[in-house]
Design a protein around this ligand. Structure first.
Ligand code: SF4
Ligand code: SF4
Ligand code: SF4
Length: 340
């Protein structure tokens, strides 16, 4: 064991990854909030409640991953880029590429739901409510999101044929699906409130309840990350077994016991790397061999995301091709639309 390696890292030795993550997550969350407000204003215009036209922000489509999976299948089968919700498809593809190359960096650095989940976790730590479920409960719960993912993959990738995809793409339901999403929050039913209340309470006791146990999007990104080249590696020679990494890990992974962390649950958040007091003990690496600077992960995540966004914007694949006047008609019907 090299004694020098066991010296705590000087305060200025490496970038403050935790602060950087907070900054990036806050920036994306604020942007989503801004988009949400603009979308609400567009909705009010569409209903005729406001005379001021506000253009519909395409980024709200990022919250429609099931539609994006359908659009991706359509793109692969026909080469047609979804004209109704192109931004949703773009964001989905960016998340998949990030998942494959940069672990679940989309979850760890971008997704606003993950950010809210982190905030709830911090609150529950302060209130000392957080509990670690026993393995017999944790494991079956962990499998739920993979079962949900399998269900959507079966339904969309295996069962839905091209005719069904085209019919869904042009349906009034799809044209107003973002308005229905807004109504979900603006006019919640008793069941919606009950479910949201349950998720909040469960998240206060069980870390990242929604992300950890229920989100099929996260499950898909986790499987891609598991296949991808980037891993977290621990140098067991220099590790002092302080377990700070494990206490910091939002995915409750046993980082201090592994030489290579490649769990599909790993968010690529780098909280473990930031918490480790030993210089270069925890690093990111390709296939557990070649070490890379930790900053590469967040920079890569942001770059891939911006690359997809700018590429789509420049090539006309960001804004919906459906004119606002047409959307207006469907938004007015949104409350009564159902998908068959
Ligand atoms: S698991 Fe789902 S909700 Fe959570 S951060 Fe990832 S994509 Fe977002
Ligand atoms: S192992 Fe490290 S990078 Fe992965 S989730 Fe835990 S803290 Fe984040
Ligand atoms: S934080 Fe984890 S990896 Fe770093 S020295 Fe402590 S136990 Fe070892």
């Amino acid at each position: 064991m090299c004694p020098d390696n066991n010296q705590p890292a000087p305060a200025d030795y490496r970038p403050d990854l935790q602060r950087l993550r907070l900054l990036v997550q806050s920036a994306f969350a604020l942007f989503c909030l801004y988009s949400g407000i603009r979308f609400y204003q567009f909705y009010q215009w569409a209903l005729g409640n406001s005379a001021t036209f506000v253009s519909r922000p395409p980024s709200v489509e990022g919250f429609l991953p099931i539609g994006a999976l359908i659009s991706l299948k359509r793109l692969l089968l026909t080469g047609v880029y979804d004209p109704v919700h192109p931004a949703g498809l773009t964001i989905f593809m960016a998340a998949l590429v990030i998942g494959l190359l940069l672990r679940k960096g989309f979850c760890g650095w971008i997704c606003p739901v993950g950010f809210i989940s982190n905030l709830v976790e911090s609150l529950s730590r302060k209130l000392k409510l957080l509990r670690h479920p026993p393995l017999w409960l944790d494991c079956p719960l962990l499998s739920l999101k993979y079962l949900l993912l399998a269900f959507f993959v079966y339904l969309i990738l295996l069962r839905m044929d091209l005719r069904g995809i085209e019919a869904f793409g042009n349906s009034p339901y799809n044209l107003a699906v973002d308005a229905r999403m807004l109504l979900f929050f603006l006019e919640p039913t008793a069941i919606t409130l009950l479910v949201l209340g349950f998720l909040l309470v469960a998240s206060l006791f069980l870390r990242n309840f929604w992300c950890r146990y229920l989100c099929p999007y996260g499950a898909l990104l986790g499987l891609l990350a598991w296949l991808g080249p980037l891993k977290i590696t621990r140098d067991k020679q220099s590790c002092i077994a302080c377990k700070k990494c494990e206490r910091a890990c939002p995915a409750s992974l046993r980082v201090a016991e592994k030489n290579i962390v490649n769990s599909p649950e790993c968010l690529g958040c780098l909280e473990c790397v930031a918490a480790c007091p030993v210089t270069d003990c925890l690093e990111i690496s390709t296939y557990g061999r070649r070490s890379l600077p930790a900053l590469l992960l967040p920079l890569g995540v942001i770059s891939v995301f911006l690359l997809f966004w700018s590429g789509a914007a420049l090539t006309g694949h960001w804004h919906s091709l459906v004119p606002p006047e047409i959307l207006k008609e469907y938004f007015r019907l949104a409350r009564d639309l159902t998908h068959h």
